[in-house]
Design a protein. Structure first.
Length: 58
């Protein structure tokens, strides 16, 4: 009697499993975007809040 699983536990396990799959897919997407950006060989520099980033002086 104590080992019997309630329906609520089964549904919660199913939702948690799908949430894990979705989070894993998101992590893989971010990793893939990072690999593609790094493999282009371009300059790897972000916006660093300097006047150089704003373009020519007026």
């Amino acid at each position: 009697m104590l080992n019997r699983e309630h329906e609520l536990h089964r549904r919660r396990l199913g939702r948690n499993a799908w949430l894990g799959v979705i989070l894993g897919a998101f992590v893989l997407l971010i990793f893939a975007v990072t690999v593609v950006k790094l493999s282009n060989g371009g300059e790897i520099r972000g916006f660093d809040h300097t006047f150089e980033s704003l373009g020519p002086a007026r």
